[in-house]
Design a binder for this molecule. Structure first.
Ligand SMILES: [Zn+2]
Length: 163
């Protein structure tokens, strides 16, 4: 028997004010994305913003549906928009934030497993890791570099992926 240990790493900043300008602005773009959230069921708004290498910003927000599984998370709305419209302009960073009218959010919201798996595919597709910036309201900011620090056991089967 062999026991293995995997370490993941991320940086925590006290507030948005401690980030560099480009990352702080991207967080503000994620906050802007909250307004188009369609979340009448959860009343939990999530906003995402991607910064592409060209400087272009793409927004995503959670889009719920009365048939619950038909909805989609903010991160995948943004990432699929990138894949469909800007696949040759690599993603440098993605900021994600959240807001609820019903309770305060005091720490960063992390992405669900499905969004992480899609994020992994985007990194592989562009052959470049993506900086993830998570924040919520007045709480701290977490910066996570690369999918390996979020989903170390992601599904990726080389024999399927290699033509
Ligand atoms: Zn998700």
């Amino acid at each position: 028997m062999i026991s293995h240990e995997i370490k993941i790493a991320f940086d925590e900043y006290e507030s948005l004010a401690d980030l560099d300008k480009a990352d702080r602005l991207l967080c503000l773009e994620a906050q802007k994305a909250l307004k188009n959230s369609h979340s009448p069921y959860s009343k939990f708004r999530v906003g995402a913003a991607l910064r592409l290498q060209s400087g272009k910003i793409l927004h995503g927000s959670n889009q719920e549906n009365v048939a619950y599984p038909s909805g989609l998370c903010a991160e995948r709305v943004a990432l699929f928009n990138w894949g469909a419209n800007h696949p040759d302009d690599p993603i440098e960073a993605m900021a994600v934030t959240a807001h609820s009218d019903e309770f305060p959010i005091v720490k960063p919201i992390t992405s669900c497993g499905s969004c992480l798996q899609v994020l992994a595919e985007c990194e592989k597709k562009q052959n470049q890791s993506i900086k993830i910036i998570l924040h919520a309201e007045d709480g701290p900011v977490w910066i996570i570099k690369g999918i390996e620090n979020q989903l170390p056991f992601l599904f990726f089967e080389e024999r399927i992926a290699t033509p």
